[in-house]
Design a protein around this ligand. Sequence first.
Ligand code: NAD
Length: 485
Amino acid sequence: MSSTASASVVHLDSRRDDPAITSLRTTFARMHTASRAEPPPSIGERKARLDALEKVIRANQAAIAEACNADFGSRSRHETLMADLFPTLASLQHTRKHLSSWSKPRRVGVHWAFQPGTAKVVPQPLGVVGIIAPWNYPVQLALSPLVAALAAGNRAILKPSELTPRTSELLATLMTQAFDPTVVAVAQGGVEVAEAFSRLAFDHILFTGSTRVGAIVMKAAAEHLTPVTLELGGKSPAVVHDSFPLDLAAERIMSGKLLNAGQTCIAPDSVLVPKGKSEAFVDACKAQVAKTRPTLADNPDYTAIVNDRQYVRLQQWLDDARNKGAKVVEINPANEAFAADKHKLPPTLVLGATEDMILLQEEIFGPILPVLEHDGTDDAIAYINARPRPLALYYFDRDSARVQQVTQRTTSGGVTINDTILHIAQENLPFGGVGPAGMGAYHGQRGFDTFSHLKGVFHQSRLNGAFLMNPPYGARLEKLISILT
Ligand code: NAD
């Protein structure tokens, strides 16, 4: 793997005809030409690329945590380690371990009429892929897809978020250190750049971000019939059954909710507790926060809201709920004052939320949790099924029959039972949304397959070959088909 000059970093400003957009197109064209001219990388070359990626990440963990911290105003270093770096390194290790077996042709059965011919599915690199990432986990959501793309033998251009500029700049520098510019490049810039990016004739685009922008990217990609994987947002409810210990549910729901201050695509977005249990649930959440984050305002392990726009949005949605009659409970164990310019928002529970409130209509993406009540498992299932399909679903119950009922009768991108978030950490589970929460999936072998063309190859045997019959067709063909079917 060669170290290279800055050619792999494409800096673009906001004008559509800017020379830098031309430069992005040039980078793409070079990659495209190379992908068609050169043989696909061997498994050894792909492993060397994964090694180069791992090396540059490991050597820069502190710098990455610092860049994230600067971008968020305050981003827990531990959360960067746990939720950005660990998943990326875990996916690297899992992928390297299984790469040889995933890459092998997959022999499949052949109908007896075509035997002894053989058939196999041959994974092939797609060519050049585009990866568009959001700001909330700016490292994991750019680099985990990259791991899968490189493992599958592709070249890739990353488009990290303009809302985390220091991390994006650092990623660009690190990719330049690790890769030849015709293998991995980084395009930095705002919406105009992102638009130009999604109009390139990539062989595949993996987009992670909002449902609104996902639709725009899919439309742009359609121009070239570029296939897309869309990892989008949505509302992810948690449901607690009456028989499940409420304290334990509150502990696990608050852990998932307060990670990255709720700025997590699969954070629990609302909770449905058994009828009459809202106040007890609030008390359990208060106890949980007091135990884990006795202070919040200057606590380096309580992440800030990423910018003023998001902070103001969350305040407005709380005002909307208050004005429409909801009870808003701020959890503030040390009774601290929160300076607006620091963008720290205390965990906030909302009781009595109604459908006309924005909090129940839009993805919350912050440390605010509406607490609703259900009247049993059927009622909770009906609530979920009456709304757009969730990205994630959390169900707390130890009765396996009811667990099975909930997982069978609801459709969501993924599910964690008796906890939150953790299905995303399982490399052997596909991760992706369904309906408005996305299409396609990645992680583990599913990621490798997403970035591969799974080519069907039939190999005719010397001993067969009579099946495709030539005209004039007649009774012989008809008889043969009646025997075969
Ligand atoms: P966003 O959609 O605003 O931006 C995501 C990326 O798209 C950025 O890189 C941005 O530059 C780019 N972009 C913006 N406008 C574009 C356009 N017109 N054409 C092409 N690209 C464009 O999302 P965000 O605010 O960065 O992230 C938050 C959203 O992402 C939430 O909805 C969250 O649920 C979702 N998300 C989903 C997952 C998942 O895995 N499903 C993970 C993290 C975040």
